[in-house]
Design a protein around this ligand. Structure first.
Ligand SMILES: *[C@@H]1O[C@H](CO)[C@@H](O)[C@H](O)[C@H]1NC(C)=O
Ligand SMILES: *[C@@H]1O[C@H](CO)[C@@H](O)[C@H](O)[C@H]1NC(C)=O
Ligand SMILES: *[C@@H]1O[C@H](CO)[C@@H](O)[C@H](O)[C@H]1NC(C)=O
Ligand SMILES: *[C@@H]1O[C@H](CO)[C@@H](O)[C@H](O)[C@H]1NC(C)=O
Ligand SMILES: *[C@@H]1O[C@H](CO)[C@@H](O)[C@H](O)[C@H]1NC(C)=O
Ligand SMILES: *[C@@H]1O[C@H](CO)[C@@H](O)[C@H](O)[C@H]1NC(C)=O
Ligand SMILES: *[C@@H]1O[C@H](CO)[C@@H](O)[C@H](O)[C@H]1NC(C)=O
Ligand SMILES: *[C@@H]1O[C@H](CO)[C@@H](O)[C@H](O)[C@H]1NC(C)=O
Ligand SMILES: *[C@@H]1O[C@H](CO)[C@@H](O)[C@H](O)[C@H]1NC(C)=O
Ligand SMILES: *[C@@H]1O[C@H](CO)[C@@H](O)[C@H](O)[C@H]1NC(C)=O
Ligand SMILES: *[C@@H]1O[C@H](CO)[C@@H](O)[C@H](O)[C@H]1NC(C)=O
Ligand SMILES: *[C@@H]1O[C@H](CO)[C@@H](O)[C@H](O)[C@H]1NC(C)=O
Length: 638
């Protein structure tokens, strides 16, 4: 049947349609079919979450100010929400894809996100935000390119390579989340030997932009390439002062762009390594992700020892100093022609201060929970933003404590009362024993300071008031604090959470509610027509609007039009591709996993099997092929 094969064709590829509009900002369309597929990243079949049949999902690759339309179809057996972490969602928290602002997309239903990537550039990634699903995949790169008229502060790289690194568990997300709730011990799956290294092909003398994302659950990773410098150029939307690193710590949820010049003599291939940080190296020494950097004129296999990780196993000072060395290039243009640093955050008066302290998991009503200032966040049945729209009372309280609480921990929906156009100072104090990374939706914040010990008023003396990096995800070392400043100029309800999935799932998050006291429709977009309803508003939901059945019944004329538009877009794009990828017809997109099958609560593990594997995706514009590779396995007993 032609229409159904068209549908299949549409389903297995990204339909990227660019409408060339003279007056308005262009629209870019994507279709995301989110489903389970069975792949064997560890040599044994495992169910993972794929987007359009691909694991990892396809990159969203757009340009500043594009209007992005992504129709997400939920083909899982449970609710889904996709979040575009790092996208500011100017005026549109309706599209953020977290439970405080959106109702989840039920199984077999679809929901179309539409938002503008306004005044933004940078490297990010998307992922499913609920039900611990990120542990099973569902993620992919989200790239926002500069508009052609805005120069990037470095020569155009020869190639653009995306690498996803992260810890990986042999148990799927449904099993893992049960383990978390009930602290069960579990039995790890054994993995066979004989898994191969993955190879990335490069040309000698060329400079590549490597966008590296830690998409894992809870492990900080050190990333390095044998004999090659990593020239740091961008992190989560800010161009940095360009500095060489031999290795860089990338914490859960963080993204970096490196410029890597293939300047070695190709006497051999080189190792690319991602290894776990701040764990007992005796135990974890071989728990490393390895891939191969292969020069087109290489004379032999990679050899020698893997490049060393920093020798600071129990001293986090090196890592913190490295983090402090990441500075904003205040003379580089970002999304706009004016230099980024023209926003002098250091001279703005702070209007409100929050000290947010997290602690190791504790029991609330017999269940394991994590907290911020003694509050374990309870997701409301009716999303906060929707409740405001319909004046539903009692959904949440604007009583989030300004300081760590001394009282008993509570599980409730306690939200930070943001002040529109206020300038907030947020100090994140980590009283847990592992690194936490915090992410704020809707904004980039200025990372102005971090240090060990308890934050005090005097700590402000150490703040960087000039070129602290503006980013969306900042790490907080155990027993240490990180201070961020944020200008609350984006109306909406915004999630502030730890990106460590285990801690997040157990309640280590809250929301900042930013309301313009003036009655105007200029500072926030109106509720989208297709908004889903749930909780106390579920009666308002019209089932026929969102059923996948109606969507896939398909109108043949519409499909034909869509297909023609795709083809038109492809041909319109070819000259662009030809110029940007001259001599590099196969646009390589590459993902690297650092995988292991340990328990989330390491002390509960009886025996673990660690395993490393790599997945490479190669892309020839709108056809996506996944090669799954994996390598080396061994047993490990703690
Ligand atoms: C993103 O698209 C641009 C063309 O608009 C292309 O040059 C670039 O290589 C693409 N990046 C990736 C990672 O696909
Ligand atoms: C579901 O997808 C169809 C097109 O396939 C679209 O018309 C409809 O608006 C989508 N539903 C929602 C709620 O976005
Ligand atoms: C900062 O950006 C400017 C403008 O693009 C560039 O010329 C300069 O080299 C960059 N400085 C550093 C230290 O990276
Ligand atoms: C997760 O794995 C368990 C077996 O360990 C299986 O019963 C369950 O169906 C799996 N769930 C998903 C969503 O793959
Ligand atoms: C763990 O699982 C393997 C394979 O499924 C099984 O052979 C083994 O007996 C299990 N071990 C324990 C301690 O349950
Ligand atoms: C970084 O290292 C490369 C060699 O790999 C060198 O050519 C370049 O000058 C260095 N850049 C900086 C800013 O140190
Ligand atoms: C260059 O290659 C030769 C072998 O071809 C090797 O002996 C030498 O050590 C290499 N030099 C560097 C700097 O890697
Ligand atoms: C690291 O693990 C090894 C092996 O289990 C153990 O002997 C050693 O004491 C551990 N080191 C620390 C500092 O915990
Ligand atoms: C900041 O506050 C000080 C007094 O506390 C005041 O003198 C100054 O004008 C304020 N600056 C701005 C930019 O509002
Ligand atoms: C929230 O903050 C605003 C000022 O930004 C204040 O007017 C309002 O009373 C506060 N609401 C609560 C419940 O504290
Ligand atoms: C946690 O807080 C307590 C009390 O302030 C302090 O004694 C302890 O050192 C802190 N631990 C960490 C890891 O910060
Ligand atoms: C905003 O409000 C004005 C008057 O209240 C109305 O004319 C206009 O259509 C509204 N704009 C939007 C985008 O809703």
């Amino acid at each position: 049947m032609p229409s159904s094969s068209l549908l299949v064709l549409l389903a297995v590829q990204i339909s990227l349609i660019v409408t060339f509009c003279l007056a308005a900002d262009p629209f870019v369309y994507y279709d995301f079919d989110v489903s389970y597929i069975t792949v064997s990243p560890l040599g044994v079949p495992q169910q993972v979450i794929a987007v359009n049949g691909k694991f990892p999902g396809p990159p969203v690759n757009v340009t500043t100010n594009n209007n992005v339309v992504i129709n997400v179809r939920n083909k899982l057996d449970e609710d889904l929400l996709m979040t575009w972490a790092g996208v500011y969602q100017r005026k549109s928290s309706w599209q953020d894809g977290v439970l405080g602002t959106n109702c989840p997309i039920p199984p077999k239903w679809n929901w179309t996100y539409q938002f503008q990537v306004k005044d933004q550039i940078g490297s990010y990634f998307y992922f499913p935000s609920i039900n611990f699903q990120k542990a099973s995949g569902g993620y992919g790169a989200f790239i926002i390119n500069n508009r052609p008229i805005i120069p990037i502060p470095f020569a155009a790289p020869y190639g653009d390579i995306v690498m996803l690194i992260g810890d990986w568990y042999t148990r799927n997300h449904t099993d893992l989340r049960k383990t978390l709730k009930w602290r069960e011990r579990y039995n790890d799956t054994l993995v066979p030997d004989g898994i191969e290294y993955e190879t990335i092909n490069v040309h000698p003398g060329k400079t590549y932009r490597l966008r590296v994302h830690n998409v894992g659950i809870s492990t900080s990773l050190n990333f390095r390439i044998q004999s090659h410098n990593l020239l740091l150029a961008e992190t989560e939307g800010s161009y940095t002062v360009q500095q060489n690193y031999t290795s860089l710590d990338i914490h859960v949820g963080q993204s970096y762009s490196f410029l890597v010049t293939m300047d070695q003599n190709a006497s051999s291939d080189y190792y690319i390594v991602a290894s776990a940080r701040f764990v007992n190296q005796t135990v974890w020494k071989r728990v490393v992700g390895v891939a191969i950097l292969h020069y087109s004129n290489s004379k032999g296999k990679a050899s020698g020892a893997l490049p060393d990780p920093p020798q600071d196993e129990y001293d986090k000072t090196f890592s913190m100093n490295q983090a402090r060395s990441i500075r904003w290039n205040v003379t580089a243009s970002g999304a706009r022609p004016n230099p980024q640093g023209s926003f002098r955050y250091g001279s703005i008066n702070v209007t409100d201060v929050y000290v947010l302290q997290n602690k190791p998991p504790l029991l609330i009503d017999g269940k394991q929970q994590t907290t911020l200032n003694g509050m374990s966040f309870a997701n409301p049945a009716t999303p906060i933003r929707l409740a405001d729209q319909y004046k539903v009372k009692g959904v949440y309280k604007l009583d989030f404590p300004h300081r760590p609480s001394t009282g008993p921990p509570l599980k409730k929906t306690s939200v930070i009362n943001g002040t529109y156009r206020g300038f907030f100072e947020i100090i994140l104090q980590n009283n847990d024993t592992k690194v936490q990374t915090y992410h704020l939706d809707g904004y980039a914040f200025f990372v102005v300071g971090m240090d060990f010990g308890e934050w005090t008023e005097n700590s402000r003396g150490t703040y960087n008031k000039w070129d602290g990096i503006a980013r969306t995800t900042a790490q907080v070392y155990p027993g240490a604090w990180t201070a961020v400043l944020v200008s609350l100029d984006n109306v909406g309800v915004w999630n502030l959470r730890t990106e460590n999935l285990d801690s997040w799932y157990l309640g280590q998050e809250t929301y900042i509610r930013v309301v313009n006291p003036e009655a105007t429709n200029q500072t926030e977009l109106s509720m989208p027509d297709n908004a889903l309803y749930c909780g106390s508003l579920s009666k308002l939901q019209k089932p026929e609007d969102i059923s996948l059945a109606t969507a896939s019944a398909g109108n043949p004329l519409r499909l034909l039009l869509t297909l023609l538009m795709i083809r038109a877009a492809v041909s319109a794009f070819q000259p662009v591709l030809a110029t940007t990828s001259a001599g590099n017809p196969l646009q390589l997109l590459f993902a690297l996993w650092f995988l292991h099958s340990s328990s989330l609560i390491v002390s509960d593990v009886l025996a673990s099997v660690f395993q490393t594997a790599f997945v490479r995706v190669s892309c020839s514009f709108n056809l996506w092929v996944v090669f799954v590779h994996s390598f080396d396995s061994f047993n490990l007993f703690i």
